[in-house]
Unconditional design. Structure first.
Length: 76
């Protein structure tokens, strides 16, 4: 599932300010104070499979790609 950016439509509605405000009101994502959606991967923005241990804040896919650079070793 992708997390689309609701601001893409702003270019089209720039000439219609009333409709633009209504669009923002109904389509802006809800501001969250807790929960899964609050933690995102720093690199790609995914919210699932998030690793926050040691302050890494990466999803498992990104972590796997850059783990050797961070100093983690893969054991066989």
């Amino acid at each position: 599932m992708t997390y689309s950016d609701y601001t893409k439509v702003f270019k089209q509605l720039k000439t219609k300010p009333v409709i633009l405000e209504k669009y923002k009101k109904h389509n802006a994502p809800k501001e969250r104070s807790c929960g899964v959606s609050l933690k995102r991967c720093r690199r790609c923005g995914r919210i699932r499979a998030h690793i926050s241990k040691y302050g890494i804040h990466l999803c498992r896919q990104c972590f796997r790609e850059i783990a050797p650079e961070l100093g983690f070793k893969k054991y066989d």
